[in-house]
Write a protein that binds this ligand. Sequence first.
Ligand code: NI
Length: 400
Amino acid sequence: MKLKKLVQQVMEEVITLRRHLHQNPEVSGEEIETSRRIQQQLEAAEIPFKTGFAKTGVLGIIQGGKPGGTVALRADIDALPIQEENDHGFKSIVPGKMHACGHDAHTSMLVGVGKVLQQMKSEIEGTVLLVFQPAEEDAPVGGSQQMMDDGVFEEFKPDAIFGQHVWPDLPAGQVGVLPNEVMGASDRFAIRVKGSGGHASMPHQANDAIIVANHLISQLQTIVSRNTDPLDSAVLTIGKIEGGYRYNVIADQVLMEGTVRTFKSAVKEMVKERIAHIISGVEKSFGASIELEYLDGYPATVNTPEWAAQVKSSAQKVLGREATPAVSPSLGGEDFSRFLLQYPGAFYWLGTSVESTEKQYPLHDPRFKLNEEALSKGVELMTQLALDTLDKLSQKEEAC
Ligand code: NI
């Protein structure tokens, strides 16, 4: 009860901050004012912080009055290069930029969590890290790896790390949590086939790049249908193909671009390897030259089952027994994945669907909106989760 009350006391500030950030979005790598605003808020709440991680990243540190473990809570802070098409009172005032992925809400909720925990500081067993991460939308580079490279966890190493994301497919008050894979790995590739051109009537004097590309596409499709375990997930899409000049000229070059989506890193590596093998086989059999450019995107976001279970039980504690419906993973990419490669933890979805509208616009849509009623639930859940996690870590320590 005490927690609910403390949360209610900070909510007005959380909503004001969210609306301010929404009106003044800054895209990946340019979050200067956003970072400054976060620092001002932490300073006002007397929460110590450090800066200089991935340029604009901020680390707030709440050291509890009692010894214990370390839990990290992460919010991404950047906006997208999208022109907002909503007409509410706090619409983006920056042309061509918009918080269309809810990172304004993530940031303000984490500030709210920090304010609540700071007031409970003397009772806290251990340390809570508030991780404000820039450049989440800048795949495949991102900001999480850079923050870690810049030593964000040098002094305090998280025993567990958590991140939450607004989710328009779930109503406010519901939380999507999965024990293992949550979000997919998203890679990108380009293939350039080089043959030699000639007159359409004299194919024997040319090496037709379109025929080579045709065989290549067919063979690449067997990676998912024949090499991937049917119980695993993989997608290989060639979304663009370009080549040739006119009806009576044999094409000398074809360019193809595509994407690979997977959940398991072993599956991703297999797909990548098979692409290279098939290319070298087709190259040999047709005597063409084929170049592959493969860009590794964010890895899959894979939760630690133990901490995912903790999210579920904290969510049910705060929001009720029905608060965690069954959900399926998403093949969208997420930079939080890199934190999870280094530290145990979990990433979960906070329901934010808007009740008063016929259509829910998805994340990254110029009309994306979120239900602000959900923000107090997000603050309360994340706070409870931090406390429950520290509690669990203390129990583990005692058991040792
Ligand atoms: Ni996002």
